[in-house]
Design a protein around this ligand. Structure first.
Ligand code: MN
Ligand code: MN
Length: 306
């Protein structure tokens, strides 16, 4: 019986590339067949990566009851298929806080507080002594550059920078930062996108002590491209809050050049947001200088207030 490898809902590049890079590695060292999968449509950024390095689109897998699965880039049930608890989890590779998923049998876990799941996977290849194919190396390199915002994110570690440099050599990419900038330009495109598609582009729901908190992040080269659309984004956030039964919905418009995020909030209790980030909201907004990472600079400050 095959094993499906996949990352979180609203898959990002780390989730898609992670499924591909783990499946390849596992297929070299184990007898079972590992199949890269995903839970939804890929982003324009991920499409750029797959095109550039000849990557195949993983299989769409929206139901996993009775299946054997291997997770990458999260371990929180809210971010997986509705029937994930009826699947057998063989392993987890991640770089987030530990989620609520548990297992009946022993499993394999590779979890480290570094910049990208693909940096963990890079170390797994070293551990097993498996050579990384050129095209997979290129994809892993871009996934790491995406997750670490070209090394600017506070989540970025020496493991990540070292991995990128080595992967760039294998992939024969000389100027990996220039290629990453091209990728971020693709990621930054918002023309023609509806408010809802913007608000769900990198949306994650969190269970904060029984209250559901939704956080979306848009990483852009220049967030002023959305200046005229803030009201529309805010109105749609109010609808999403109703539809998803959220206590709080946050949107982070992250400007990777200015190195900070405009936080927009809709909440039953805005004072929680103000005390989490020690700020005063104006028109439900605040500029958070230096904030680039949802997992390291947003979630850990908000969660304790619930
Ligand atoms: Mn991710
Ligand atoms: Mn990641």
């Amino acid at each position: 019986m095959s094993v499906y490898v996949f990352g979180h809902r609203n898959p990002d590049s780390d989730s898609i590339v992670g499924a591909i890079s783990i499946a390849y590695l596992k297929n070299q060292v184990e007898d079972e067949e590992y199949i890269p999968a995903c839970q939804g449509e890929i982003s324009a950024e991920t499409e750029f990566i797959l095109d550039k390095f000849d990557g195949k689109l993983p299989l769409l897998k929206t139901s996993v009851a009775g299946e054997r699965v291997f997770l990458v880039d999260d371990s929180d049930s809210l971010l997986f298929q509705d029937d994930i608890k009826e699947a057998t989890i063989l392993g987890i590779v991640d770089h987030h806080k530990l989620g609520d998923l548990t297992t009946n049998a022993p499993l394999e876990m590779w979890v480290r507080p570094i910049g990208c799941s693909n940096s963990v996977i890079y170390e797994m290849y070293k551990f097993y002594g498996v050579e990384i194919p050129k095209n997979i190396a290129g994809m892993m390199m871009l996934a790491i550059l995406s997750d670490t915002v070209i090394f600017k994110s506070p989540t970025c570690t020496k493991v990540d920078t070292k991995a990128v440099k080595e992967l760039a050599q294998i992939a024969e990419v000389k100027d990996y930062k220039a290629l990453a900038m091209k990728m971020f330009i693709v990621k930054s495109a918002t023309d023609g996108a509806s408010a809802r598609s913007l608000n769900t582009r990198d949306y994650k729901a969190f269970d904060m002590n029984g209250k559901k908190v939704g956080i979306n992040q848009l990483e852009m080269i220049d967030i002023s491209a959305l200046d005229d659309r803030i009201d529309e984004i805010y109105t749609d956030m109010q609808s999403m809050k109703e539809e998803e039964g959220l206590h709080t919905m946050l949107v982070l418009l992250t400007d990777i050049m200015k190195e900070g995020s405009l936080l927009i909030c809709v909440s039953d209790d805005l004072s929680k947001v103000e005390s989490a980030f020690n700020c005063k909201l104006e028109n439900n907004q605040v500029w958070l200088a230096g904030v680039l990472s949802r997992k390291k600079q947003i979630v850990p400050f908000l969660q304790p207030l619930f």
